[in-house]
Write a protein that binds this ligand. Structure first.
Ligand code: NDP
Length: 429
């Protein structure tokens, strides 16, 4: 197992970083060619993925370093346009690895399919009828996708609720049936949709109602992944701040997010800064993950923090995260986009559950990165320095000029596009 701690990676050239990845992860020539190609996703493949294609769209792909999760080293591919995210995740992962690394788990991985039934003459009787036919319906769902049963997955449970049951409801009464399916290593949206569409006629027959919607629920709260880290305060000390001060600042920052949706949204956006780049790099559906994560943050009735931060009896900072994580290592674009396949290979991911655990651990790291900066120097100092290259490019710098202009922006403490334009003009004279 190659270490994910790679000192000096930041200062290497892109070519040196690629060479190191190739050697450390034993990448094949084909995998390397998709990394070095200007168009890893061919127009032909793109044109077969979605409709009305006119080109492909690229993002920077970087490596999050230093991650140790459940004792395994991870170099984490992250596709993102925002500066400082990868540096911050790697910085926190380095601290956490000194504290023994992240612990992560996903106890259950069941995706949910919903069937909506309206117009039943007696909804309570219809509900009873569905429950009486539970085994038949679950078998019918499995019969609609036998290959997942052969792989060891399939329908695990079924339940049913009546919505808008009270007299003053402005909405129609309806019966909602859920099937819970183990989709193995796939995210499972298409599998679930196939299953619920197949059993809908049986549900109509049993309930004497009319079925309208038959679709996956992205509120994947039966597919949760958790991660935890425990950090002694001395590892958190930074600049003029003691470790205890940083720890307490992080806990206060969490308490702010837990009690105020205005803060919670930004707090959680920072967590998704860590999560989305891996979801994207591995070809997964980031809208599905985003939707499920934000809904889960509101599960207690008020939108709150996706993480918790507290102090244990020894004074250590304890961070925890739990989120629905509907991702796969097969299906969707995971095996279609060459860089998605490469990303999974670099992490040496063996199952969808393992990928989910890595993703939430990186989300937790990203959250601590933001809270640590916010509770100490503020985020602008580090962020703007890293952002200076993009500002220089936006101001018209190119080639060797980019570093010169970016350094001048940092020196003059004015990291603005207007200033970059001025400096570019001066440079050209
Ligand atoms: P697929 O339709 O690609 O199905 C997964 C495929 O992977 C199956 O056909 C299965 O083959 C194969 N497979 C190979 N190995 C395994 C394994 N170990 N475990 C499980 N399957 C395996 O993808 P999904 O059903 O996962 O659907 C994901 C896609 O659906 C995403 O692109 C998503 O964007 C999209 N989607 C999302 C929706 C939403 O979020 N609301 C709605 C609709 C679509 P075999 O047939 O041989 O079993």
């Amino acid at each position: 197992m190659k270490s994910s701690r790679i000192p000096g990676f930041y200062n290497m050239s892109v070519e040196q970083r690629r060479e190191l990845l190739k050697n450390n992860h034993e990448l094949t020539d084909e995998q390397m060619s998709s990394l070095t190609s200007n168009h890893p996703l061919s127009l032909d493949t793109a044109n077969n993925m979605i409709e009305n294609v006119v080109g492909t769209y690229e993002l920077p792909l970087a490596m999050g370093l230093n991650f140790v999760i459940n004792g395994k080293e991870y170099v984490v591919p992250m596709a993102i346009e925002e500066a400082s995210v990868v540096a911050s995740a790697s910085h926190i992962a380095k601290i956490v690895r000194s504290a023994g690394g992240f612990e992560a788990e996903s106890r259950e991985r069941l995706m949910i399919g919903q069937i909506q039934v309206v117009g039943c003459s007696n909804f309570n009787e219809a509900k009873e009828a569905v429950l009486n036919q539970k085994d038949t319906l679950m078998r019918a769902a499995d019969d609609a996708y036998p290959s997942i049963v052969k792989r060891g997955g399939g329908t695990r449970d079924l339940d049913v609720r009546i919505l808008n049951d009270h007299e003053d409801s402005t909405y129609s009464q309806m019966l909602i049936m859920h099937i819970y399916v183990d989709t193995c290593d796939a995210m499972g949206a298409n599998m679930i949709n196939t299953m619920v569409e197949a059993i809908a006629p049986i549900v109509e027959e049993i309930t004497n109602g009319k079925v309208y919607l038959r679709i996956l629920s992205n509120y994947a709260d039966r597919s949760l992944a958790n991660a935890k880290c425990v950090i002694p305060p001395y590892l958190l000390a930074t600049g003029d701040f003691t470790g205890e001060e940083v720890r307490d600042g992080v806990i206060h920052a969490y308490e702010f997010a837990a009690s105020d949706p205005y803060r919670a949204v930004t707090h959680n956006k920072g967590i998704m800064n860590g999560i989305d780049p891996i979801v994207i790099a591995t070809g997964n559906d980031w809208r599905a993950v985003e939707a499920g994560a934000h809904a889960y943050a509101a599960k207690d009735g008020q939108y709150g923090s996706m993480t918790t931060w507290s102090k244990d009896n020894e004074g250590n900072l304890v961070g925890e995260i739990e989120l629905p994580m509907s991702v796969g290592i097969v299906g969707g674009a995971t095996r279609v986009h060459p860089l998605a396949e490469l990303s999974l290979s670099i992490m040496n991911i063996k199952s969808a559950a393992e990928l989910a655990q890595v993703i939430v651990a990186v989300g937790l790291a990203q959250n601590l990165g933001a809270l640590k900066a916010l509770a100490t120097d503020g985020i602008q100092k580090g962020h703007m320095a890293l952002h200076s290259r993009s500002v220089a490019i936006a101001g018209g710098a190119s080639g060797e000029m980019i570093d010169v202009i970016a350094n001048k922006l940092i020196e003059q403490k004015e990291i603005r596009v207007g200033k970059a334009k001025e400096l570019v003009e001066q440079y050209k004279q």
